[in-house]
Design a protein. Structure first.
Length: 990
């Protein structure tokens, strides 16, 4: 029985190999819209190690020759005996532009513009073409001396897991065929061509091809053989294609397994006592697979010639009651969009890197991945099965560049391209159909609308009715089972949740997801907690996927990490390629820490004085039995007592009021609170015992704001100075010079921050872009006019007006200094003048300290940075750090590193207390230097200073680099404001 339905036969049958090496001149195939010829029909992928059939990895060093055009060289290099001794070498898997130190061309980054003239299917004459050569011997233990079993059956396959963008292949001088579809597998039958030793595999790879029109994803263009190349022995009677159907009946608690196989055999699952013929269904009691409880049963598919390990997860995905349900329950997707990325190897990822991604996701409470915007390396899906992640598997298709011509000539609406689209759909579905983690197929990304997409959806539905179909580009949902959008603002998502968004009837019946939201470019994204609140409020909204997982920065000695434009590209989109929750080296950014907190699966809260904490299980499937709970009681950030909390194993959705112990008896006042944590009770596959899954703080008592009696008067000290308590001021300018022995420079009001990527906003958005507007108004060049220095009986008052050249707006600013002899209090009163139409970037003071101020202690939010709409993960505590460690290394430098809710901070011999609490920032460069920097390597310590910002307010962050700006409640408006700081010398003096 053939498993493939007719449409899959668009994959052209194996051609008869011919010896054509000396007659290859035509490069017509490069611009041919067809998917290629010679490759075998697609089939299920399994790792070579899961089969008892022999395999040989052909990864490693290959000979390499680069030409500037597709036809610069003839095919003679593919002939046996060709001497490639003077060629360079590259690593396979790899991209040639990331090897050879620039000798092999450079990467190009564009978001959606094609980096070549749009004239489909034609590509430029300048078409970097990489000839790859590799010779190999069959290993001594290879089952047959010459690759065959001695009969006419082909018994060895050559598999390419990914080549960008078009490849032509020869083995031992015989052409096997050519193919497109960069992130999809292609196999060739080669047994009859193999020799025991001295095999020559030749692969010609063209950077540009007709296929490039279908692969306009927002990422680097990176040609090369970037995934594995493998030789697979296929003994007579080996498995060809198979389809594991493993559903779960949540009413009966039973799983039904049926493994269809092109080659008949038996299926055994020892743990379930299953031993059935292929094609035969069997129903047994099972534990189901979910992303939270990824139960996999080990099985074997045995045919006459091969045994293949199966990892079976029973689960059923349906659209029911307008909701995506798995095993009978709606799921809430807390996802990320994952491109494959490694800062040195590009999209050539090894298994360890893939595993690191999965572990990082699990440890940050992420439960879903959209494989934006192509099927990932297949081993990644094995990991998703194993560790538990819901997957939207997306086809390798994007034609975004056609938007520039109002989608004219879009390949997805042109029948000539439909075979290529169907080929892509089939290669994805056939390869990945046996993964329980894959719950939705996605037709692609940003490809407009058209008949080709409908054809793909119809083919997929026919082939695999057990999953739902996703595609964002058609808001009418003609072909999809879920209404999906990207970057819809909060308010619109709320309306969708309420069913007030209208739209065609079909759409109104469907669940909603945000396949992209929370653009994690630079500092941010802001507003995640507000989105999550909406997602959790409305059933119709089944969650979303933050854009995106990792910055695609390229490790580069010149810059730290390079981004678009750093390789002299003619067209590029700058650092828009660095918009991930991980920095390029996979260090979590504050955005990921925030997201982890926002989506934590256990919610805890309550009144600290109430004696209980309310615990809610927000998992969809798991109870709380895998978690242990711990409490601690802190006074002024110091833990006074701690213990464990007994929490019932609440079922999903359940809540309980859990009694807290009696609060410890504490002598004296102090700010006190409970901190409650949910921890892994035992080691799990993805996290150690004690790993914090969720936490909450319950305030008990606050201390009053610091009081300083204005009991001493300013005193003239010589002609030039005025002293007040521990401080000395310039008598003429009123500038603060010293506090005790600490010298201060340039203390004054500050409203400027180095605009973030979100402040800048994306250039196609109609929202005003704050960064440029701020600059237009001159907030980065405020002038400070001195109006008066007034020594009084109990205060030194300095009156100023802070305003930009060219405009009427200004901030009347009064600094009032008082002291009780040992402490110095500054009260800043700000009164806006003129018409302020923009929010302020920040409002506070800044000053310089000697560079010896290297260590910082503070009581406030930490340990990481926070801003008004990115502060969920900011935990009140006693923290310490160095000034250097306070910096967040955004690939393009910008405002960063503020700590929220700071009650007091100590650095450089100074103690600073806030009235009220403040935002604390310290760095070795000025805001102006930070603003001017384009790369991390531009940031150099500013001589002998540490610059400190103490802010009363910060503007929210938002997600405007692609999406909505900060919500109104996070705007920092110019209004009459007063705030104070109390300075004193620290006891230790450092
Ligand atoms: C979306 C697109 C992504 C990425 C993102 C912005 O429109 O699907 O691939 O470009 O915007 O970073």
């Amino acid at each position: 029985m053939s498993l493939r339905s007719t449409a899959a036969t668009v994959v052209t049958d194996n051609i008869t190999p011919t010896d054509t090496t000396d007659s290859i001149s035509s490069t017509d195939y490069v611009e041919d819209v067809s998917p290629g010829q010679g490759a075998l029909p697609p089939r299920a992928w399994y790792a070579p190690g899961s089969s008892d059939a022999a395999s040989l990895s052909l990864n490693g060093r290959w000979r390499f020759r680069l030409s500037g055009t597709a036809d610069a060289e003839d095919g003679s290099f593919a002939a046996e005996g060709y001497d490639a001794g003077d060629w360079a070498e590259v690593s396979v898997p790899g991209h040639w532009v990331l090897q050879g130190d620039g000798a092999f061309g450079s990467p190009i980054y564009t978001n959606h513009l094609y980096p070549f003239p749009v004239d489909p299917p034609r590509v430029p004459t300048e078409n970097p073409t990489g000839d790859h050569l590799r010779t190999f011997d069959l290993p001594d233990d290879w089952p047959t001396a010459d690759g065959t079993d001695g009969d006419d059956t082909d018994t060895v396959l050559l598999r390419f897991d990914g080549v960008e963008s078009c490849a032509r292949v020869w083995l031992n001088g015989t052409e096997l065929g050519e193919f497109k579809g960069s992130r999809l597998p292609h196999e060739f039958a080669v047994g009859h061509l193999l020799k025991p030793a001295g095999n020559v595999l030749a692969v010609r790879v063209h950077q540009w091809s007709a296929g490039s029109y279908l692969e306009d994803q927002d990422q680097w263009w990176l040609p090369g053989i970037f995934r594995d190349v493998t030789l697979l022995h296929r003994p007579a009677g080996a498995v060809t294609d198979f389809f594991v159907h493993a559903s779960y009946d949540h009413v009966e608690g039973a799983g039904t397994l049926r493994v269809d196989s092109d080659v008949p055999g038996r299926v055994t699952v020892p743990a379930l006592g299953v031993d059935v013929a292929t094609g035969e269904p069997v129903t047994v009691p099972v534990d189901p697979w979910t992303a939270e409880t990824p139960k996999l049963y080990d099985g074997v598919l045995a045919t006459a010639g091969e045994r293949v390990r199966l990892r079976i997860g029973f689960r059923t995905v349906v659209l029911e009651d307008g909701l995506i349900k798995v095993n009978g329950r709606p799921v809430l997707l807390k996802g990320v969009n994952r491109h494959e990325w490694h800062p040195e190897r590009g999209r050539a990822l090894d298994l360890d890197t893939m595993r690191e991604d999965v572990l990082l996701m699990k440890r940050h409470n992420i439960n879903a991945v959209r494989t934006s915007h192509y099927p990932p390396h297949p081993a990644f899906l094995d990991l998703c099965d194993e560790y538990g992640l819901w997957v939207i598997d997306e086809c390798d298709l994007e034609t975004h560049g056609f938007v520039e011509q109002a989608w004219r000539d879009n390949p997805v609406d042109d029948d000539r391209w439909t075979p290529a689209l169907l080929d892509r759909a089939a290669r994805m579905v056939e390869r990945d159909k046996n993964h329980p983690s894959v719950v939705l197929w996605s037709l692609g990304n940003e490809a407009g609308t058209g008949r080709g997409l409908t054809a793909m959806a119809e083919w997929i539905r026919d082939r695999d009715g057990s999953r739902l179909i996703h595609y964002e580009g058609d808001w009418n949902c003609r072909d999809t089972d879920v209404y999906s959008r990207m970057y819809a603002p909060h308010e619109e998502v709320e309306r969708i949740g309420q069913g007030l968004d209208g739209g065609p009837h079909r759409r109104r019946e469907l669940p909603f997801i945000q396949c992209e939201y929370g653009h994690a470019m630079g500092n941010g994204p802001g507003g995640l907690a507000d989105y999550q609140h909406i997602f959790e409020t409305y059933n119709r909204i089944q969650g979303g996927f933050v854009w995106e997982w990792i910055d695609h920065g390229i490790a580069d000695e010149r810059y730290g990490f390079a981004y678009g434009g750093d390789f002299g590209e003619e067209l590029h989109d700058g650092n828009f390629v660095c918009d991930g929750l991980l920095f390029p080296d996979r260090t979590p950014s504050p955005g990921l820490v925030e997201y982890k907190k926002v989506i934590e699966p256990v919610r805890m809260g309550g009144e600290g004085r109430g004696g209980t904490v309310r615990v809610t299980n927000r998992y969809d499937f798991a109870d709380l039995s895998a978690l242990a709970f711990a409490w601690s009681y802190e006074v002024d950030g110091e833990t006074v007592e701690s213990g464990t909390l007994s929490v019932p194993a609440l079922a999903p959705g359940e809540s309980a009021e859990v009694k807290l112990p009696e609060p410890p008896a504490v002598v004296g006042g102090g700010e006190s609170q409970w901190t409650v944590r949910a921890l892994l009770a035992d080691d799990t596959a993805w996290g150690p015992r004690g790993h914090v899954v969720a936490w909450a703080q319950l305030p008990v008592a606050r201390t009053p704001w610091p009081a300083v009696a204005a009991s001493v008067s300013p005193v003239a000290s010589g002609e030039r100075l005025i002293t007040l308590g521990p401080a000395a001021f310039d008598a003429r300018t009123g500038d603060l010079r010293t506090i005790g022995t600490t010298q201060l420079t340039g203390l004054r009001l500050d409203v400027w921050r180095a605009p973030t990527d979100n402040d800048h906003g994306a250039h196609w958005q109609t929202d005003p872009r704050l960064g440029p507007l701020w600059r237009k108004l001159g907030l980065h060049r405020m002038r400070h006019r001195l109006d008066a220095v007034e020594p009084g009986d109990d205060a030194l008052t300095v009156r100023t007006r802070v305003a930009p050249a060219g405009w009427e707006v200004g901030l009347a600013t009064v600094y009032r200094w008082t002291s009780d002899g040992s402490r110095l209090k500054l009260t800043v009163a700000v009164t806006p003048e003129g018409e302020w139409t923009l929010p302020l970037p920040r409002l506070g003071i800044r000053f310089g300290l000697p560079s010896s101020a290297a260590g910082v202690r503070w009581f406030g939010g930490g340990p990481g940075e926070a801003y008004p709409d990115t502060r969920s993960a900011s935990m009140l505590g006693l923290w310490h750090s160095t000034v250097d460690e306070l910096q967040t290394p955004y690939v393009r430098p910008q405002e960063n590193g503020a700590r929220a809710d700071v009650r007091w901070a100590e650095l450089g011999g100074l103690r600073i207390e806030g009235d009220p609490e403040f935002w604390f920032t310290a760095r070795r460069w000025t805001t102006e230097q930070l603003d001017a920097a384009n790369h991390l390597t531009d940031l150099r310590p500013d001589g002998d200073r540490v610059w400190v910002n103490l802010d009363h307010g910060q503007m929210g962050i938002g997600s405007q680099s692609c999406g909505p700006g900060a919500l109104p409640q996070y705007h920092l408006r110019a209004r009459r404001t007063e705030f104070s700081f109390v300075f004193s010398a620290t006891e230790t003096g450092d």
